[in-house]
Ligand binder design. Structure first.
Ligand code: ADP
Ligand code: MG
Length: 288
């Protein structure tokens, strides 16, 4: 039978907005030595600001932004939400058809009858677009219309207020390694890694690469210690499921995440991860 205090632990956690799907996850969580984070929306706010709009010859800034924002009309990726908000004139969904979102790459959509691609270098090369690599530091969205490269949009995100303190707290609580995985560019990943004091960062990963990286970390000999993955659930459900403990942030965000996760944080503050580990450790001390 399950000791009563397990329920105390789960109940206590839920009062803090930390939903634990079973008592076994408290036990696993109390024994975590590696915490792997997704970047966008997890360690960073996911609220990107448009830093620069850089059109090629033959198109103006407003048209470039308009085409990109409309291609993102039906996406709820943090990048898509931000770029739609940057368009002062608002989005007319009636102009958009045949949307295809490619996880870790970007989107394709027909906008006003023209094929618009918005995404990273991988998306451009997969569609055979001759694009111009940007030298700016930041997250770069390349845009093509009807197969022709028309420019890029540079966007930037900021780290969450409590992210740096959380990494410090996790280290102080005995976590040996805090790792960040991201589909974003290496320069952005390294900047965030240095700012937060992360032990490892891995950039330019597709969703499947994130699963592979977690599997590599799981295969390291760690004396039975456990690995937690923390994500916002936007295209990281496979990793949430693969980790010993999958933690989804911002329960309002994504049903897929809530489904795939073992622990759900009702709000998206990284400090709740340290709090969840404390509850887990206290509960285990009472039980044994
Ligand atoms: P992260 O690993 O930081 O959470 P994702 O895996 O969600 O990021 O996305 C990785 C990269 O894929 C983004 O940095 C962006 O270049 C591209 N991307 C993903 N979704 C979109 C989208 N809807 N629009 C444009 N680009 C996108
Ligand atoms: Mg993500």
């Amino acid at each position: 039978s399950v000791p009563l205090s397990f329920f105390g632990g789960i109940g206590g956690a839920s009062r803090l907005g930390i939903l634990v799907k079973g008592s076994n996850y408290l036990e696993l969580l109390s024994n975590v030595d590696t915490v792997v984070f997704d970047k966008t929306g997890t360690l960073t706010s996911g609220t990107f600001k448009v830093v620069a709009v850089c059109p090629e010859e033959g198109i103006d800034k407003a048209s470039l932004l308009d085409a990109a924002a409309h291609a993102e009309a039906f996406s709820d990726h943090p990048i898509a939400i931000s770029i739609k908000e940057a368009l002062a004139t608002g989005i007319d969904q009636g102009r958009v058809r045949d949307v295809r979102e490619e996880s870790g790459h970007g989107v394709f959509a027909m906008v006003d009858g023209k094929g618009v691609l918005v995404g990273n270098d991988k998306l451009m090369s997969e569609h055979g677009i001759a694009w111009q690599e940007s030298r700016q530091i930041g997250t770069i969205l390349y845009v093509a219309i009807d197969g022709r490269y028309v420019g890029n949009i540079v966007i930037a995100d900021t780290v969450k207020d409590d992210a740096e303190q959380t990494i410090r707290d996790l280290h102080a609580a005995g976590v040996k390694s805090c790792v960040m995985l991201t589909g974003d560019r290496r320069d952005v990943a390294e900047e965030v890694g240095a700012e937060l004091g992360l032990d490892e960062v891995h950039a330019q990963l597709l969703p499947q690469d994130k699963v592979d990286e977690v599997e590599r970390l799981l295969s390291l000999e760690r004396d039975g210690a456990k690995l937690a993955f923390v994500g916002d659930g936007i295209n990281d459900a496979p990793v949430l499921m693969r980790a010993d403990v999958g933690i989804a942030m911002g329960a309002m965000g994504s049903d897929a995440a809530i489904e795939a996760a073992d622990v759900v944080l009702m709000d998206d503050k990284p400090s709740n991860i340290a709090r969840a580990m404390n509850v887990a450790r206290r509960t285990m001390r009472i039980v044994w």
